[in-house]
Design a protein around this ligand. Sequence first.
Ligand SMILES: Cc1ncc(COP(=O)(O)O)c(C=O)c1O
Length: 305
Amino acid sequence: MKLAQTPVHEILLDDHCVFVKRDDLLHPEFSGNKARKFAYFLENEFEGGKTLVGYGSAQANSLYSMSALAKIKGWKLRFYVDHIGSYLVENPIGNYRAALENGAKIINLSQCEDRNNRDSLTYLQQCVLTGDSEQLFIPEGGRCLYAEHGVRQLAIEIIQWKRQQGLSALSVFLPSGTGTTALFLQKSFVELDPNISVYTCAVVGGDEYLSKQFSELAPNTAYHPVILPSRKRYHFGKLYSEFFKIWRQLKETGIEFELLYDPLGWIVLLDYLTENSGEKILYIHQGGLLGNQSMLPRYKRKFGE
Ligand SMILES: Cc1ncc(COP(=O)(O)O)c(C=O)c1O
């Protein structure tokens, strides 16, 4: 299984040349930033059988990646979701379907009689996580210190590529959810090659929320990536015509991106590049393409082909 050393391709968008680190090509079952964030679990041996425990949305990339990890390791996965739409249950698609095929047990909390209005995390803490060494809990979106191990490997690959290219400085850009990937990248560059800086934007929640997430993972602000502003406030998971437009424009370069994080990432990056044209940028393609199976039909229904 190829889980490192992805290629870098160059694309031209709105007259800007941007390098793209193709982490979407890592492995069809285990790609993008989840492969990096979960590499620690893949590469290390653990005693006894394990049950991975996670939570998040029924279409989360992390649900699928955790199911792939469990399958590869011969573990079980119990994934808790706040609710599942009946349409999805009757017509499984995308990450949800692939996770089921990998043997994931997906528990719909809205149907649990003992839920008592508790949010998913509180329910897990109070009713599921027993402290049993068989259970391996992975917080939402893989936001945990274990993620540093695999993200550092990504940083090392980028440093090697920068040297091969003979670049004296480089800016790395990637859109953030929990900010885990961006933060551990910046931390690695501060420690291994300070001529590389990480830029990101907040896709889930606002800039302040993202800063807070950074601080929780690493209080030292030198390790925090620069958050580039978005010209407009977008709601995570909602469909916007400008997102679909840039996604299609990107597709013409020959690379397919995903539809939740990448459109805003590219909008913010292009705004930055109009002020900073010529800067050498490496955009991290963080995978997640399976999610397009459900997002693309929604976009087409709303905005046409
Ligand atoms: C495709 C994709 N891009 C970006 C992100 C955001 O990553 P992070 O939560 O590490 O900021 C995710 C979520 O993990 C993702 O699946």
